[in-house]
Design a protein around this ligand. Structure first.
Ligand SMILES: [Zn+2]
Ligand SMILES: [Zn+2]
Length: 207
C-alpha cells in the first residue's frame, strides 16, 4: 500500500484544499490558494468598482439605498482586531441620531473590509455590510440580532448569485454550508422562507 504523505491546506477564502506549493500566506496568517491570489482586492479603486456593482444589484432587488452617505475602506486584519472584531471580514458602523418623539434617523455609515480578499468574497462581504446600512437607513425592525444577520446573509446570497466571478461557486458553497448557527443557520432559515414565500412576503415580516 502506498500513502500520500503530502499535506493539504485549506484556502482561507474558498476552502479548497491545496498542496503547500500552491498556497501563499499573508503576514497575518491567512493562507490563500493560487486561484484566490489572482483575484485579490488591494486598491480602493477596485473596492469602489465592486461596491458600485453590489449597490446596483441591491437596487435591482427593489431596495432604495440612499447613496452618498456611506464610506467604504480597506483595513488590515490587525486594525479589525483592534476594533474588537477579531474574525470579521467586514464591519458596518452606522451613525444614527436619536429623537425623543420621532423615529431614529440614519446619518451616515462607515464600512470597513479586510485588505487583500478575493473579489468573490468581497462581493459577499460588501453585500452583507450594505445590508446592515440599508436596515439602518430604513430603520427596519427585526425580532433579534440573529434575524438581522440572516437578512444580511440572504442579501449577500441573492447578490452573489448574480456574479459571474469564476470563484463565486466556491464562496456560495462555503457560505451556505457554514456550520455557524448565526451566519450559516440564519442564512439557511432566511433562504428557506424566501423560497417558500418569495422575497416580498419574507421581507414584509419585519418592515
Ligand atoms: Zn482559494
Ligand atoms: Zn452582519
Amino acid at each position: 500500500m502506498w500513502l500520500n504523505s503530502k499535506t493539504l491546506y485549506p484556502c482561507y477564502y474558498c476552502h479548497h484544499q491545496h498542496f503547500k506549493h500552491d498556497i501563499s500566506s499573508y503576514a497575518d496568517g491567512r493562507m490563500l490558494c493560487k486561484d484566490c491570489v489572482r483575484h485579490i482586492i488591494v486598491s480602493s479603486e477596485n473596492l469602489n468598482i465592486v461596491a458600485q456593482w453590489v449597490l446596483q444589484q441591491i437596487e435591482n432587488l427593489g431596495f432604495k439605498f440612499t447613496r452618498g452617505y456611506t464610506h467604504v475602506s480597506l483595513i488590515s486584519k490587525e486594525k479589525m482586531k483592534n476594533l474588537g472584531f477579531d474574525h470579521a471580514e467586514g464591519l458596518a458602523t452606522n451613525t444614527v441620531s436619536h429623537h425623543l418623539f420621532l423615529q431614529d434617523q440614519h446619518i451616515h455609515a462607515q464600512i470597513n473590509v479586510i485588505y487583500g480578499m478575493p473579489t468573490a468574497n468581497l462581493v459577499w462581504v460588501l453585500s452583507h455590510e450594505i445590508g446592515h446600512v440599508l436596515v439602518s437607513q430604513h430603520q427596519y425592525k427585526f425580532n433579534s440580532m440573529a434575524q438581522e444577520e440572516g437578512f444580511c446573509q440572504l442579501m449577500a446570497l441573492l447578490v452573489s448569485q448574480k456574479s459571474q466571478n469564476p470563484l463565486m461557486p466556491r464562496v456560495l458553497h462555503k457560505e451556505f454550508n457554514n456550520p455557524d448557527p448565526i451566519y450559516g443557520g440564519e442564512l439557511r432559515k432566511a433562504y428557506a422562507q424566501y423560497q417558500q414565500q418569495g422575497f416580498s412576503v419574507y421581507f414584509k415580516n419585519f418592515i
